[in-house]
Write a protein that binds this ligand. Sequence first.
Ligand SMILES: Nc1nc2c(c(=O)[nH]1)N[C@@H](CNc1ccc(C(=O)N[C@@H](CCC(=O)N[C@@H](CCC(=O)N[C@@H](CCC(=O)O)C(=O)O)C(=O)O)C(=O)O)cc1)CN2
Ligand SMILES: [Zn+2]
Length: 767
Amino acid sequence: MTHRTDVPALGATVLGYPRIGPDRELKRALEAYWAGRIDADALHSVAVSLRADTWTALRDAGLGSVPSNTFSYYDQVLDTAVLLDMLPARFRDSDRTPLDTYFAAARGADQLAPLELTKWFDTNYHYLVPELGPDTDPRLASRKPVEEFVESAELGVPTRPVLLGPVTFLLLSKPAAEAPAGFDPLEKLDAVIDCYLELLAELAETGAHWVQFDEPAFAADRTPAELRALAHAYRRIGEARQRPSTLVACYHGALGAALEVLAEAPIEAVGLDLVAGRADLDGIASIRGLRDKTVLAGVVDGRNIWRTDVDAALAYCATLLGVAGEVVVGTSAPLLHVPYDLDAESDLDPALRSRLAFASQKVDEVVLLDRALRGETETVAEALHEARRAVGNARNAAARDQRIRARLESLRPEHRKRADYAERATSQAERLGLPALATTTIGSFPQTTSVRRARADLRAGRIDESEYQDRMRAEISDVIALQEDIGLDVLVHGEPERNDMVQYFAEHLIGFLSTEHGWVQSYGSRCVRPPIIHGDVSRPTPMTVEWSSYAQSLTERPVKGMLTGPVTILAWSFVRDDQPLGDTARQVALALRDEIHDLERAGLRIVQVDEPALRELLPLREADRAAYLDWAVDSFRLATSGAADSTQIHTHLCYSEFGDVIDAIDALDADVTTIEAARSRMEVLADLQKIGYRRGVGPGVYDIHSPRVPDEAEVTGLVAAALEAVPADRLWVNPDCGLKTRGYREVEPALRAMVAAARSRRAALQG
Ligand SMILES: Nc1nc2c(c(=O)[nH]1)N[C@@H](CNc1ccc(C(=O)N[C@@H](CCC(=O)N[C@@H](CCC(=O)N[C@@H](CCC(=O)O)C(=O)O)C(=O)O)C(=O)O)cc1)CN2
Ligand SMILES: [Zn+2]
């Protein structure tokens, strides 16, 4: 074995840390740089100071090992593609600087399409998908991990560089459009490893004692060939002539068979997710290969914001003693997906505060647990005692609402079932009188500066609630007038009053908490503030009825009520961990069921219940999927099945390919499903056709994620393609998703083109 024995042991650590800045400094700097308001040096100095603050804070908190290279200007997968010179050819040969080339790949530039953005495992984080082909020729092209190591060492905090593991990197990549059929990105494995070996030698030379490779792809089902690739990669890396000690971390679930592979590899440490992947503890005692390794016990939840149950965590660590050569405490996952610091929240109920831990508090928990594990009982006694008390209180603290529980108990199968679709379709057609190829949008209209400013003014007390209401009503009235002028058939109120489609509902429901500063990166500079579901959910008053009924009062045409579905509300919140997700989802569903009832009474004839996260929450392992889809479908049906036959229920899905959940989409039993499709040229329609789907469907006819405005001919082409799969009376014409991130300069001509295309096809059908 080539590993040197004189290097320090791995100390207690976290797998990664937030990077957007405690006050979203990076977001602001990036957006200023993109807008040309600051230069690259100014952007760089913001990055340098964020990194320095993170490293020194982690060291001062007492971690034994501090990670680096967890910073990114946009995304760690893109960083890796750039590190290895694996960007597609379209980004080469330009006079852009390396930094601007990086941003071009992330965001597009001139005529260049950016890399595809897609969900990172089962999180709300999005990464950029590398496009590889046979000609992609990996080469160590950047020194970012080395430079960050040097930067940290100069601050007196020599760090542990974190690298995206070669196998996960390739499994997350896709074949470029021009690659020959059958090309598999894993063909590039040895070439990528060669680059990493060069990097490892340089890191060792520069003084790095440890590195971390992340291989979260092995928390999902993997083929024998993929497991062999993992074994091969860490044999080659382990046998490298010169390298730092090597930790391989897997997270977002159990490693399963991959654990034995890593246990056999000639590396020094394995990181286990003992929250989402606790199943790995079963049978771990028989894995002999761990006896000469360090196991980083990920017992502090990196994905949720609850304080750790210290006794349970220490018990999980204890099961590893004797199995592993050494046990150190860590987080279950990088802390990228939780907010920075609970102390930034000024307005929390103290009882609730004592149950929570954000990134900074989690670092303290790791340090505390590691000291306890090492038997430093005297120094940690008081802190452990305090932690136990908080967890003890928490056990009974989640507010229970017997009324909701009794109501859920009393529900019967008929509360999940509407009349047959044929009957509903007839009564909806009579009531709505819509044309074939009806046109609509997905809900939001541009969130203009003036809309956001109104909300900021309200928060700052510069305007009062009634002035805020007036401004939102004025906005709704403009949006209705515009839609009438464009000639859309089914209108929306535009959602100006919503800061976010989940947070808005959280702010109106009991059982949810919204944070002031709890920002989490979603992609690039875009952040969300996930609400915290801490108790039983109920709806004190209607949440959307005033806005929707106001919009409906302005027009004869049908306006769609607009709600976010139970699965998406859970997916984009921090959830309770004291009861099954399905139980929480059904509580949310009841609140939505009552909201739909109130919308109907207020005269709304159509209600849309968005479920864009339906695919996102799909478990990584096949074995867990049926149970998930059961509660996901059940909660949607519970929310919507109280509607009258003549009320048309729409749902909307986006952000992913839906092949895997196509039966569940059918089982939702919505009257109309609008679904992202423009970028995949309507592939979803073939999937729907295959299963005999027979209700209304609106495959998106233009991509709202790009500022490009489609022309009428382009939309006509997509409508014609869709008509091959769906008859005109069931086909809707709409964009891919909501318009909130776009500007009116793009939205208005795009919608006009869309309506013109629908009209001309409609005329052709009649003629
Ligand atoms: N929760 C959630 N998850 C999701 C999505 C989603 O829509 N919601 N969509 C996908 C991801 N897409 C996303 C698209 C856009 C943004 C986005 O634009 N986020 C905004 C924040 C949105 C927000 O909360 N806006 C607040 C304003 C918050 C704010 O920045 N306020 C300023 C001051 C107000 C001002 O002058 O702008 C401040 O606090 O400093 C509002 O409208 O009220 C941002 O990063 O800038 C995020 C995710 C998947 N996951
Ligand atoms: Zn959408």
